[in-house]
Design a protein around this ligand. Sequence first.
Ligand SMILES: [Zn+2]
Ligand SMILES: [Zn+2]
Length: 420
Amino acid sequence: MRAYLDHVGIAVEDIGQALSFYRDALGLHVEAPEEVRAQHVRAHFIPAGNSALELLEATDPASPIARFLAKRGPGIHHVTLRVDDIDAALAHLKARGVRLVDEAPRPGAEGALVAFIHPAAAHGVLIELKQPARRGPTLEVKTIPFGDMQLTTLHDGPFKLDGGAMFGVVPKALWDRKAPTDDRNRIQLAMRPLLVEADWGRMIVDCGAGDKMDAKSRDIYGTDPEHGLDEALARAGQSRESIDFALATHLHFDHFGAATTRRNGALVPRFPKTRYIIRAAEWEDATHPNERNRASYLQDDFVPLQAAGVIDFFDGDRMIKPGVRVERSGGHTPQHQVVYVESGGRTAVFPSDIIPTTAHLQDPWVTGYDLFPLDSLAFKKRLIRDAIDREYLIFFEHDPHVAAGYIRERDGKRFVEPVL
Ligand SMILES: [Zn+2]
Ligand SMILES: [Zn+2]
């Protein structure tokens, strides 16, 4: 069994006094309290590296914390170990005759599953096992009206990348709780193309990695083409045949790999009736890769489109279709572009890898893949400022759970109000 120290729970008699020590004297950051009603407990989390302290106060005399305090006084109440598979962990312990408080997992805070091991078995310490919420990403297909258009968040299944690479120079201690890593240091992501429907037709913005990956790459990137874009399109009442335009933010495999597929041994456009809209300068870069970007630009993803004569190249920032325009951000790749959808006085933005997830809201949190991180920073800074001030609806192409939302700022702290 592989386990990580998640947190140490400390029963406190007087939360005010406890905060004056942990927050004021030690100078630690205490998160907003969480009420665990079923247990009559209020929990105050204090992040500490990859783990945390949890101050526990009883909100009712019936609380287990109140009983603990009456019996033993304030102090360490439990130690929580995070496991990947709580059922397997419990089965393993049962097979060894370990005394358990919970034979089966039960729901804990934030959608996690938890189970307690009896202190008698753990040498006087109450041990909680915890399997964090949501094993995989949330992959839903949802549509909202947007002025004269309709926006649908699609998906091309789950995706995983190295956590360190996704957060660049930001230390793991700062992002680990927002984006927990698996045993291979990967974080859970998704690939979420956007479908724009307007009177001029249907456009897909990016299309995911597609179905050409071999077993080794699927394992490395945690993809699942069986439950990818085709399934999402069907759920949206669409199909490969019903897409008129495919617009690329850039040609990395996780954004435009699905543009082609294999049929009878040949590589062909995956969407048979689609014009593929590609920035000419990005095409230049993608078809002339170097040692640094070669693993991201897979020629099979886009070269066959040219042979099939289905590409419309363009240059510069411009309106692609009424209400859909692109702006070069640079940074991630020199020609990386973001897509703006404007209708009925509202603006939606598809920033692609400039703000890949809701964990990337802080300006300097730029991915390690970015070739020109200072360009990413400058563009992102302006975009997020505008997004907050002008209430842009932001699509998070790689977020594991939130497809779109509004970025808000309160007391200097940024967060996302999810919409899709
Ligand atoms: Zn990329
Ligand atoms: Zn990406």
